[in-house]
Design a protein around this ligand. Structure first.
Ligand code: FUL
Length: 489
């Protein structure tokens, strides 16, 4: 071969190799819009965690104590934080948030800031520390720990004046210094109104946006616990879903605004919105009983395993985390009916979503960004592999082909949220006698986000098709799985 031709051939081979290499390491999509922080990503992955409401209200049979009942009323006879933690672990909870102080002002830890605390109760002859005991049980059994500290304090004489804010911040500092790290810290939204206030028995109003200096409160928490997620106040890192009934809207954007008015707009909170300037994912807080605190009259009204399953599918299954409340009783225990129902639900959940039917299928896509971002990545359970389309694709499609007709009634989808949230609607169809038919479901197929579960009437087919409409940016899908969640017995 003449030397010139040889050189040309070598150059051509080199160019082809370069093109192949470029295709194989196609560029990571550039996010359009807000993306989650590392703390937020870790929090998304928790999915379900527990609330515990326990305090003077438990002994007064109330939801909102006035702040006047003596501290001596707090008298649990058989309190066992390890029983709480073991129960919560058995029902799949990844963490727990305790009401260190509710609106009545009674503190469950021995604080220097007020006499209105466990020190002056019969519990362990004043030597007890419920916050510390729960914190220790969590560390021992590997459950994440968080606290709720009500800003509104119906006991404190200084409430409504500057003096109280210093007390509130000191309480946060005590708690953070002694019991951090926290995975989440809760500033409740109920604020001001009537109360005991050191015997004044009056109504006090405050301007929540400025009164508590929430930025300083957050900084105190972050000094000791830099990864703590913040609920409520003016500087949250997650948002309330806008109701306490366990309802997240099917349309669920992790994007929202930091504007304080909008942080209190219950309608907008229930959906988020695609143009939000901040990544503020939703948390669904709901109690396993009608009330937050324990009331004997509600013993027959504990949510059943199937109600808990619906709650899960309508919270975690709609791109929100589930904060499920347990009401500890006067003994100091999670009642047996509540724990039995929650554990049964968890077992049902594990069995419903354990056998991913897509594992034996092959998958093809209408657009792929290159080998590294191939469609088969949606079948792999690793946090950093995902299918991505080429830029500018607003309609994307995946088709799964099964080796034999397969029955299923639920699909679980996850966007690759480290690069944001893109999908504004999608559809699920299956092949029946040579035609694509839509699955039969009540769920509206709009957003996906961190996780979306669609349950439908059982289908049997050897092909499944998913179509996605993208709001902006590039579609990045982390995972798709399919299940037969309601198996015939
Ligand atoms: C509300 C409070 O007023 C309730 O008592 C309860 O603690 C709930 C989780 O938050 O705002």
């Amino acid at each position: 071969m003449p030397r010139n031709n040889c050189a040309l051939m070598i150059r051509n081979i080199a160019s082809i190799a370069l093109l192949i290499a470029m295709a194989a390491c196609a560029k990571t999509p550039t996010p359009v819009g807000p993306v989650p922080s590392q703390q937020q990503l870790a929090w998304h992955r928790m999915e379900t965690y527990a609330f515990i409401h326990f305090g003077l209200n438990t002994f007064n049979d109330m939801e909102w104590g006035y702040g006047d009942t003596p501290a001596s009323t707090f008298n649990p006879t058989n309190l066992d934080c390890e029983q709480w933690v073991k129960t919560l672990k058995a029902c799949g909870m990844k963490g727990v948030i305790l009401t260190a102080k509710h609106h009545d002002g009674f503190c469950l830890w021995p604080t220097e800031t007020t006499d209105y605390c466990v020190k002056n109760s019969p519990y362990k002859n004043g030597q007890g520390d419920v916050v510390g005991e729960l914190c220790e049980a969590c560390r021992k059994h590997g459950l994440k720990f968080g606290l709720y500290l009500s800003p509104w304090d119906r006991h404190q004489s200084e409430y409504g004046r500057e003096g109280y804010v210093a007390i509130y911040h000191q309480q946060i500092e005590e708690l953070a210094e002694r019991y951090a790290p926290f995975f989440e810290f809760w500033f409740d939204g109920a604020n001001g109104g009537d109360g005991w206030y050191g015997g004044a028995l009056e109504k006090r109003s405050i301007v929540a946006e400025t009164y508590y200096d929430y930025a300083r409160a957050r900084d105190i928490i972050w000094k000791y616990s830099p990864d703590a997620m913040i609920f409520g106040g003016t500087v949250p890192t997650l948002r309330w879903i806008g109701n306490e009934e366990g309802k997240a809207d099917a349309t669920q954007w992790c994007l929202y605004s930091n504007d304080f008015q909008l942080l209190n707009d219950t309608k907008l909170l229930s959906t988020g919105f695609p143009d939000g300037e901040a990544w503020l994912p939703a948390e669904v807080d709901v109690s396993i009983r009608p009330g937050w605190f324990y009331h004997e009259r509600e013993d027959s009204l504990v949510k059943t395993p199937s109600e808990l399953m619906d709650l899960y599918c309508h919270s975690v299954g709609r791109n929100a985390n589930l904060l499920l409340n347990f009401s500890v009783n006067k003994e100091g225990r999670i009642p047996s009916m509540d724990s039995a129902n929650a554990v049964t639900w968890h077992k049902q959940l594990q069995s419903a979503f354990s056998d991913d039917l897509l594992q034996g299928s092959t998958v093809s896509a209408n657009s792929t960004r290159g080998k590294r971002f191939g469609a088969a990545n949606v079948l792999v359970d690793t946090p950093d592999q995902y299918w991505a389309t080429e830029d500018g694709i607003t309609k994307a499609e995946l088709v799964f082909t099964f080796p034999k007709p397969t029955s299923m009634d639920a699909i679980v989808l996850q966007e690759y949220i480290p690069l944001g949230q893109q999908v504004k609607s999608f559809s699920i169809s299956y092949m029946a006698n040579g035609q694509w038919l839509s699955v039969d479901t009540d769920e509206t197929m709009t957003t996906i986000g961190y996780k979306r579960i669609i349950r439908f009437q059982t289908i049997t087919s050897d092909q499944l098709r998913l179509r996605f409409n993208v709001e902006k940016g590039t579609l990045c899908l982390g995972r798709v799985s399919a299940f037969l969640s309601r198996r015939q017995s």
